[in-house]
Design a protein around this ligand. Structure first.
Ligand SMILES: Cc1cc2nc3c(=O)[nH]c(=O)nc-3n(C[C@H](O)[C@H](O)[C@H](O)COP(=O)(O)O)c2cc1C
Length: 426
């Protein structure tokens, strides 16, 4: 029998997801200056805990305070108070949802507030901001594995119901996987087996720390979408190794800061132009990769990126391509989007997928990559504002009707963009 969106899913570890809709990880930036979760994190998860999603992935939680993905990330490391993480876990799971902590190290894609930029090799991101990336020493790499497992056992003790190791989107694990950013000649670089060693070692250490009955997931790129980067064939091989390592759910995404496929942009900043009509109809950016890997793995699959209509979600489940539908931005526009999709109250999770256009001449000093990132980020800012509003208890119930009108506006760069800028200052 083909799966339905409302069906539960039993994972290999025995955990049951109450339905097939998941809120994907979205970085929150709500911790205090010490990296401790705050009352604002709790309020946000009270909201999303009641969203109807069967699974909530937290925004990335960092394994080391020196390497933040953005200011006010939650950090879990030895000797550090876990703040209000227990309350966050309680709020998130109060209505029966699973809540898993996404564990990350940003490496060279560290953001404001990071003390240093590090990576497998001294290869900076192609923007001016990360030129000082330095290669990690072997001792530092060994420490990373310990940090991943420490976060896992800590959040398990706090009441979260699973963890996800972030190995997508060009962050540190993903940097190790890519031959473009991993130029090492020791056991951590070179062959795919060596490039995947950090991820596999971390996943095995996490599994050992949390035991067999706790959900362990990985978010992995289908590919980096860069010439010479991590490929689909390599991803397929790594998925086989992750299955052997005993993961419970694989989330498929793609891209990195230089090529923002995860939010639907190719690396010149335009909405992906060359996707086939059949792929566009299926909405999800990475569903064809899911089709490809499905016959090769028994690991339950979640695909995130681009899903908006109930029809496309149902079709993806019925086709057997995936087990769980991941949604990110729609959970910002409409905090109850899962309930409303599942009940049939809405047939589409509306969202303005096009970022407002920033004319090239408006950023004369910036290089092309910086202009591209500014353009994509200006669209993403809307989501950060909504997350902050939810955390402060000031978010309206749903902006989906207004957003629907905006998306249908004939020229987003015209009146729509002006309206958008006026509302959100993007
Ligand atoms: C504001 C924002 C923050 C995000 N933070 C994270 C994150 O912390 N970890 C992660 O794996 N992905 C992150 N993502 C990517 C989402 O998980 C998801 O892959 C992406 O938004 C595509 O899904 P969508 O089209 O349903 O929005 C973020 C996306 C947005 C918009």
């Amino acid at each position: 029998m083909p799966a339905r969106l409302s069906d539960p899913l039993v994972l290999p570890c025995g955990t049951v997801l109450p339905n097939r809709l998941a809120k994907a990880a979205m970085t929150e930036g709500l911790a205090d200056v010490e990296g401790r979760a705050t009352q604002r994190n709790v309020r946000l998860y009270e909201r999303w805990g009641a969203s109807g999603a069967g699974l909530l992935l937290t925004g990335n939680v960092l394994i080391d305070h020196r390497f933040l993905e953005r200011p006010r990330n939650v950090v879990v490391e030895r000797g550090r108070d876990t703040g209000m993480l227990r309350e966050v876990a309680q709020a998130a799971t109060a209505h029966g949802a699973q809540c898993w902590v996404q564990i990350n190290h940003p490496g060279r894609q560290a953001g404001l507030g990071a003390e240093q930029f590090v990576g497998p090799s001294a290869v900076p991101v192609a923007t001016g901001s990360a030129v000082m990336t330095r290669a990690l020493s072997t001792a530092e790499i060994g420490d990373l594995v310990d940090r991943f497992s420490y976060v896992a056992e800590t959040v398990q003790a706090c009441g979260f119901t699973g963890v996800q190791v972030h190995a997508a989107h060009g962050y540190l694990n993903s940097q190790f996987l890519s031959p473009l950013t991993n130029l090492r000649t020791d056991e951590w670089g070179g062959s795919l087996e060596n490039r995947a060693r950090l991820l596999l070692s971390s996943v095995r250490a996490v599994r050992k720390a949390v035991g067999p009955d706790f959900a362990v997931s990985v978010k992995l790129n289908s590919a980096d979408f860069q010439k010479g980067g991590f490929t689909e064939d390599e991803s397929l091989t790594v998925i086989g190794w992750l299955e052997e390592a005993g993961i419970d759910l694989l989330e498929i995404s793609g891209g990195n800061y230089e090529s923002m496929e995860m939010v639907g942009f190719s690396n010149d900043g335009s909405p992906q132009p060359e996707r086939r009509a059949s792929t566009v109809a299926r909405e999800a950016y990475f569903v064809t990769f899911a089709d490809r890997i499905r016959p090769h793995t028994r690991v339950p699959l979640m695909v995130t990126g681009g899903f908006r209509s109930r029809a496309a979600m149902d079709a993806a489940l019925v086709s057997g391509a995936l087990d769980v539908v991941g949604l990110g931005r729609p959970f910002c526009a409409d905090p109850a989007v899962a309930t409303r999709l599942l009940s049939g109250a809405i047939s589409e999770a509306s969202f303005p997928d096009r970022a407002p256009h920033i004319p090239r001449e408006a950023m004369p000093e910036a290089d092309d990559m910086t202009h591209f990132i500014a353009q994509v980020q200006s669209g993403i800012c809307y989501n950060y504002n909504r997350i902050r509003d939810m955390a402060d208890g000031t978010a309206t119930a749903s902006e989906s009707d207004w957003l629907h009108n905006l998306r249908n506006h004939e020229a987003v760069e015209g009146t729509g963009a002006a309206d958008y800028h006026a509302r959100f200052g993007g």
